[in-house]
Design a protein around this ligand. Structure first.
Ligand SMILES: [Zn+2]
Ligand SMILES: [Zn+2]
Length: 294
């Protein structure tokens, strides 16, 4: 610090500084320039992200969306099989996407068949994170339909990437937030562990967020979705919330979440607390549930 004060007192020119001050002073000068540069770089990056076309959707009308639970440990339709894991079909007028694949492809495909969802009708598969109860059904699914693009977190091991290629499908790795389809986005890979991506849908009624297991934290994911889409509220948050503290219920209200449909790893107590707080805006979610957003 002494050197810096010295510079102020006798700062006629930079050359004076270099002449009269020791190496520590020079280091502090360079460090200051570096930190200032870093700040301006971050500001530029922030501007670039804000200006990104990610936030700008075409003027076309937002599509009707149907969410169908095809794999969950919570039951809604007793004719379907429940098992620990999560998978959800997202239907738009243009295409069908599968978000996660549960743990067992036999259960996944059997549930889809009972709900008259042809695996061949799926165009895109998104895997939230590496855990077996979300990625375990992928290989068996690709054996039924490899004419899909699989969106996986960039951190996925080579073994899964090789498996997708060996099954004859293609994959896209996700690190930053990315558009997956019209009005459908990935939050990007968020820190876990393990690293995980969630889905954001810009629906007619507002934003929908679907999480696999919410390892990065359900509140952090919701905040990220709001920030990415520059919205103050969300219409619906659904998926596994990863057994968050009870305070999450009030926090969701504060974040402007209108409806909730927690399932999979949310935990019974938190799910019940959501049900008490949200009443008719609590959707009992589990395998067989269809949520239509029109
Ligand atoms: Zn997990
Ligand atoms: Zn899980």
């Amino acid at each position: 610090m002494r050197e810096l004060i010295g510079v102020k007192q006798n700062s006629k020119s930079l050359s004076l500084f270099f002449t009269y001050h020791n190496k520590k002073g020079i280091f502090i000068l360079y460090a200051t320039i570096f930190i200032m540069g870093l700040f301006s770089f971050c500001a530029d990056k922030d501007k670039a992200e804000k200006a990104s076309p990610f936030f700008v959707e075409s003027e076309t009308e937002k599509p009707e969306i149907v969410l169908i639970s095809v794999y969950d440990n919570y039951m809604v339709n007793p004719e379907l099989k429940t098992s620990w894991g999560f998978a959800c079909v997202i239907e738009t007028p243009a295409e069908k996407l599968l978000f996660d694949t549960g743990g067992d492809p036999v259960i996944l495909l059997s549930n889809m068949q009972k709900m008259n969802i042809d695996p061949g009708s799926i165009d895109k598969v998104i895997i939230s994170h590496v855990h077996g109860d979300h990625a375990g059904g992928l290989e068996g699914f690709l054996e039924k339909n490899n004419d899909v693009t699989v969106f996986i977190p960039a951190s996925f091991p080579g073994s899964i990437k090789n498996m997708i290629i060996n099954e004859g499908a293609g994959f896209i790795v996700i690190s930053e937030a990315k558009k997956i389809s019209d009005f459908i986005y990935s939050t990007g890979e968020l820190e876990g562990p393990p690293q995980e991506q969630s889905i954001i849908i810009d629906s007619k009624k507002g934003l929908i967020v679907i999480t696999g297991c919410a390892h990065p934290g359900i509140v952090k994911i919701v905040e990220k979705a709001k920030q990415l889409m520059e919205k103050d509220s969300l219409y619906l948050v659904t998926g596994g919330f990863h057994n968050p503290p009870m305070a999450v219920v009030k926090k969701f209200r504060a974040l402007g979440v209108k409806k909730v449909a927690p399932s999979h790893c949310t935990g019974d107590r938190v799910r019940e607390a959501f049900s008490q707080e949200y009443k008719e805006d609590f959707i009992e979610y589990g395998v067989g549930r269809r949520i239509e957003i029109k």
